[in-house]
Design a protein. Sequence first.
Length: 436
Amino acid sequence: MFYSFIYAQGLGATTSVHCLVTSQPYALVVISQIINTGYLIHVKGTSVSNSSSVPRRGVLIGSTAAAITGLLAANSTAASAAPAKKAPAATPKLKFAADGKFKIVQFNDTQDGPRTDRRTLELMDKVLDTEKPGFALINGDVINGSPKTTTEVKQAINNVVQPMESRGVPWALTFGNHDEDSMPNGTNMTDAKILDFVRGYEFNTNSKNDKIQGESNSQLLIASSKNAKPAFGIWLLDSNRYAPKTIGGQDFEGLMSYDWIRPEQIAWYREASQATEARYGKVQSLMFFHIPLWEHHHMWYGSQFTSNDADHEKAAAKHSIEGVKNEGIYVGAFNSGLFTALQERGDVRGVYCGHDHINTFKGDYYGIELGYAPGTGFGTYGLGGTENHELRGARVFELDENKDGVYTGTRTVFAKDLGIDMSAKAQPLDEPLPMK
């Protein structure tokens, strides 16, 4: 098949590329290479599709179709998006301890209502008391759709932020696909209103960023123990909720129904990263958002085109994969190119998500760690049956500014190892925790 590509090398400069593509896999390679060198703004050629699908809670995935469609559609969108305005470099809100060390705890999918399962809070309490982190994150799906009023939404959130607030631990949240699920009940609590609410807490570090898609996009810097210069950073992105019903008159049947990180968010990250480097030098960081990237899938299987156990065995050795995958890797409908931007900038050591509660794996994908934190909440789905709660947990990240690269590693912590009751029966609070 003959393909014609036009892509932008820079502001105002375009280049045409014409090539004969002899196979579908090669088409994706060519497209990927062009996207890696600029912003793709036009493609002419025969579309590539794949009808294979795997159901998950009413969602369908077509691996090859979605990957190629995503590269084409999302990067075409990227070209039409206005470039982000230059932003000033952030200033540190966090600080390394006197010994040069710092811990980050990632909780995920606390996902409950105003009478949160008490074991969710017990798990959070015990992890915070044991690890004593300098920062904690709830990485999306903070609550579920059960609240019936605005007050109940706030109570559900308050329950899961009190473990940090009561200990004076700086914290933030990102949004997942379920945090607005109470809206049909008339709560009127959008992600934007939830953000306004949580920013009123004493130890919350979320910032408001109205200029780009999503509500939980922010950059946090961790100052050195020796001075005010940042020694490490944290990026928080909003992976958004669900894909639109149609684009260009075409529905999303056969693709994932989840949204994706938009080009303007990637442009914001790039601009903020450049501003930070200009002021402080390159600052190594970790990045967190709720819904995994396509690259999480590709890493697990070592392939963009197949998804079988034999492929994973080879990939596990190649990418140093640790942990388990007990359900699908449920990505956004399109691959919008964030991973390429991260490789280009070279300041993100790892990208960690949640969303898929019973996946815990992590690995090294071409120099960047990709991984999951296990689901924290006892009030949502797990492994099922008597083992439903076996993988409830959190992920801990260790930093040491006295070591090269600062980031020294990550590990998972599980409720079953902390003396918490693992019985399948729900254990809701008698009453929501008091609002502070």
